[in-house]
Structures are given as structure tokens and as C-alpha cells.
Write a protein that binds this ligand. Structure first.
Ligand code: FES
Length: 109
């Protein structure tokens, strides 16, 4: 939020960790907020341990996917429970809606 009394603070970088920082601490079947440059993303470790990076916005109604949860190889948005396949990004209930997803090559801790 812009604070006219402290315009520099409004330009401060996001307090989110980097993707690598978030991924290092992430257990299986969990999701965390992160940043990739200036972009807000969600880092997801699936139940099988594979890491993914997805945009932190749900295509249904703008919910933060980093607030969601993981079941198997799917990420579920906590607002209305739409689910997204982490490999394809497709929502099985609304295949025309999908999220951008990318596998992240990083060893388990
Ligand atoms: S905003 Fe994500 S399911 Fe509705």
C-alpha cells in the first residue's frame, strides 16, 4: 500500500523469500509464497517430492495459490477449492482455466 508519508517504503522489495529460499524449507505436500524477480509466485512440493513454481494467482477469482494446499500432485486453491494438476496446470473441472507451472530442479534437503 502506498504511504505518502514514506514513499520509499512503498517501493521496498517484497518480504517474500526467493524461490530457492522457499524451496529449501518446504516439506512434501506443502506450498509457500515466494518471489521470482518482481513476480509473486507459489513454490509447491508435491507429495512425491517434486518441486514446482506457479503464479500466485488463481484463474478462478484471483485467490492466492500460496494459501492453498497440496493433495498428491495437485494444488488446491483455498478460496473455492478449485484444483490444478501441477504437471499440466489444468483444472479438471474447468479445463479452459489453467495455471502456468514449471518444474524446479532442486534436490531434496
Ligand atoms: S479463487 Fe481460487 S478457487 Fe476461487
Amino acid at each position: 500500500m502506498f504511504d505518502p508519508a514514506d514513499p520509499e517504503a512503498s517501493l521496498a522489495p517484497s518480504p517474500r523469500p526467493t524461490v530457492r529460499q522457499a524451496a529449501k524449507q518446504l516439506p512434501c505436500a506443502a506450498v509457500a509464497a515466494a518471489r521470482e524477480g518482481k513476480r509473486d509466485v507459489a513454490v509447491v512440493r508435491s507429495a512425491s517430492g517434486q518441486l514446482y513454481v506457479v503464479d500466485d494467482i488463481c484463474p478462478h477469482d484471483g485467490g492466492r495459490l500460496a494459501d492453498g494446499y497440496v493433495e498428491g500432485e495437485r494444488l488446491i486453491c483455498s478460496r473455492h477449492n478449485w484444483e490444478f494438476d501441477l504437471v499440466s496446470g489444468v483444472c479438471p473441472h474447468a479445463p479452459q482455466r489453467r495455471i502456468a507451472t514449471a518444474r524446479l530442479a532442486m534436490p531434496r534437503r
